[in-house]
Design a protein around this ligand. Structure first.
Ligand code: PLP
Length: 400
């Protein structure tokens, strides 16, 4: 957002993702360092009283205070926006604070939102238990199936919110169809693109108005820092959200931004390798007699209609998958507990592969009825495939 001598450079729109991931938003201070510097400072000094007054009146003229302007943080915001093919990016302390910031920026008492029920469990909690306390109505609908979205939209619907592909069932819906529905109703479409990453899917290209990320996941890729992002094209929207952030402070630490600036450089290479390994694990799982069903677009069990959507809007299928086992929760827990290589953790997107029981971890805040309706059974295991050799991963899952 700033034009200080060390602030991020605008990306060249013709660069490919691999170049943008390394060069977009890159900056160099007067010391001419090659790797982006870490500006671990809460405030910035003014040249004069007039300079301070000018910056306070217009923070885009330079850096003021790291709650709302910091070169390291701005560089990451520029880079993630470039990868999403969006005009503006803002980064936040976590994925949840990105969603909360949107709610605080866009909603008021009496508004209504329509939300996919197939979203991260804590996002369900935010919309269902917190947002509704402020006089805002929320309807949850299945991700796949446009008619239920259409029927849920009301005159006061402010936005539609979805994750496609979803976690943990990797379900999909057409972003362009959802955008059309939203725009007919003068509402916005917000897509949580955390599972796909901007490398595999760019929702703005299909008409989404706002894309959010938990950068904690694939952007960090090393399971170190929490972070979130909000990207959009409209200046008015960006100003509205920036103003909320400036006042409420869900700010990303410069240190976390710096870690992510480094890790995002390898995101395009990592996610493609991880997606390839996921296909190898899916193929292996499909051959096991204790596996009932595998959820991944590469699987023979995947819904053909949703596969068509995925093929239209994604470049590869991603590294998140889930599968159902014979023998219910007992068997699912046995499979999880016998793993020595997979990390038993709820985080995803790491180069270390992870395994978790969604019903009792990431989605435990959903009621039993919501989990049943969403298809998150006790026999479901979620995997996120990292960069280890996929043969070793299959060996680890094997019951022999
Ligand atoms: C799809 C999705 N969105 C949002 C979040 C929330 O992100 P964070 O944990 O960074 O707050 C998560 C976390 O797992 C997630 O999986």
């Amino acid at each position: 957002m700033s034009t200080h001598s060390s602030s991020p450079k605008s990306p060249n729109r013709s660069w490919s993702d691999r170049t943008l991931a390394i060069r977009a938003g890159s900056y160099r201070s007067n010391f001419k360092e090659h790797s982006e510097a870490l500006f671990l400072t809460s405030g910035f000094a003014f040249d004069s009283a007039q300079h301070g007054a000018d910056l306070f009146a217009n923070p885009s003229l330079g850096n003021v205070y790291s709650r709302f302007t910091n070169p390291t943080v701005d560089a990451l915001a520029t880079r993630i926006a470039a990868l999403e093919n969006a005009n503006y990016g803002l980064v936040t302390a976590s994925g949840m604070s990105a969603i909360m910031t949107l709610c605080l920026s866009l909603l008021k008492q009496g508004d209504h939102i329509v939300c996919s029920r197939d979203i991260f469990g804590t996002s369900v909690g935010l919309f269902r238990d917190i947002v509704t306390r402020f006089g805002i109505d929320v309807d949850f609908v299945p991700l796949h199936g446009l008619s239920t979205w259409q029927n849920a939209i009301r005159e006061n619907t402010r936005f539609l919110f979805c994750e496609t592909p979803s976690n943990p069932l990797i379900e999909a819906e057409s972003i362009s169809d959802l955008a059309k529905l939203a725009h007919q109703a003068k509402a916005l479409l917000i897509v949580d693109n955390c599972v796909a990453t901007p490398i595999l899917q760019k929702p703005m290209d299909f008409g989404a108005d706002i894309v959010i990320h938990s950068m904690t996941k694939f952007v960090d890729g090393g399971g170190r820092c929490l972070g979130g992002a909000i990207v959009m094209n409209e200046t008015e929207l960006k100003d509205q959200i920036f103003s909320t952030m400036r006042t409420t402070g869900p700010t990303l630490s410069p240190f976390n931004a710096w870690v992510m600036l480094k890790s995002i450089e390898t995101l395009p290479v990592r996610i493609i390798e991880q997606s390839k390994s996921a296909i190898a694990v899916v193929e292996w799982l499909e051959k096991q007699d204790w596996v009932k069903k595998v959820n991944h677009p590469s699987s023979k069990f995947y819904c053909p209609q949703q596969k068509k959507i995925v093929d239209e809007q994604m470049h590869a299928y991603g590294s998140l998958l889930s599968f159902e086992v014979e023998g219910g929760k007992e068997m699912a827990w046995q499979v999880i507990d016998r793993c020595q290589l997979f990390s038993r953790t709820a985080n995803l997107g790491d180069v270390k592969s992870s395994i978790c029981h969604s019903a009792t971890t990431t989605h435990n805040r959903l009621t039993q009825q919501m989990r049943d309706e969403a298809g998150i059974g006790d026999d479901l295991i979620r995997l996120c495939i990292g960069l280890e050799n996929p043969e070793d991963l299959c060996q680890d899952l094997s019951c022999e």
